[in-house]
Unconditional design. Structure first.
Length: 287
């Protein structure tokens, strides 16, 4: 009975070394996974083409012709194998794993760039204002993961940040931080250390909370640190699929990466309030 209630990760756990998409939802994780597969499959096929499978995979569990077809046990075993093979084929590009936090789904990706795919989805939804999900809230690309300990994070990000911030590359940036089921990390320390690393890669990289070119997303769940560097974080309402489709006269007059300082300030304040609320929840859980 306990196993039947487990999330759809089927035992697969979020761990360091994975890439994918972190998705928050409003209580219904099972439906969230379904919506995620549908949405990611639609745009994944559009950007990368239909997923291809080798002949070996297609014949998986179906090539043993010497089994006695009258043997009920053998026939049942073959059928289960074929269903499992079919499922693995469908989920190979996108695979749900257990995130380790309530109302959070992690979809592991293979063969695609999570940040490009998610940005494309949000840009399309922002433009069309067409609502495509009911339970998915935020959808954050996770381009890298490491252990959620300060020394591990410092060592990992020294390389991870290079494509965006190592000279001659440069940009303005902000860092947003969220921790779930983790009380040993300090928000202030993490932001200070990571900002220092960005600055060390190129002194011309500058913090900008009003109109940053890049937002460094730090999502910590238990002992795993999920990282990404995204564009248009404020324009796309903190990558919230419910908010990005809402009509807004100001949006119609703006292009990506061109928000006003006032709009950015409002979102930054909302982010801080969200972190304070999360901190209170962690303290209450630890009492």
């Amino acid at each position: 009975a306990a196993r039947a209630k487990r999330p759809r990760g089927a035992g697969r756990q979020l761990e360091a070394g994975m890439r994918g998409i972190l998705i928050t939802c409003n209580m219904n994780e099972r439906k969230c996974v379904g919506e995620a597969y549908s949405l990611l499959g639609e745009y994944g096929d559009l950007l990368y083409g239909p997923e291809q499978f080798s002949d070996h995979e297609e014949r998986l569990s179906g090539s043993d012709r010497e089994e006695d077809e009258d043997d009920v046990e053998a026939a049942l075993k073959k059928e289960v194998g074929q269903i499992r093979a079919s499922t693995e084929q469908k989920l190979r590009r996108f695979q749900s794993v257990e995130s380790g936090a309530n109302n959070v789904v992690f979809i592991r990706t293979q063969g695609i760039e999570p940040e490009n795919l998610v940005h494309h989805i949000l840009k399309d939804m922002h433009t069309t204002k067409k609502k495509k999900t009911r339970v998915i809230l935020r959808m954050l690309p996770i381009s890298g993961t490491c252990k959620a300990f300060m020394e591990d994070m410092k060592k990992y990000t020294e390389t991870f940040f290079e494509p965006w911030f190592k000279a001659p590359n440069k940009g303005t940036f902000q860092i947003v931080y969220k921790a779930r089921n983790n009380s040993h990390m300090s928000r202030e320390e993490v932001i200070k250390e990571l900002a220092g690393i960005v600055g060390s890669l190129n002194p011309e990289n500058k913090v900008d909370l009003n109109n940053p070119q890049y937002t460094v997303v730090v999502e910590i769940i238990k002992t795993v640190c999920c990282l990404s560097v995204v564009r248009d974080y404020v324009l796309f309402r903190k990558y919230n699929l419910q908010e990005v489709v809402k009509s807004n006269k100001e949006d119609a007059q703006q292009n990506p990466s061109s928000l006003t300082g006032e709009q950015n300030t409002e979102v930054v304040k909302a982010e801080i309030e969200e972190e304070e609320k999360s901190s209170k929840e962690v303290k209450e859980e630890n009492k």
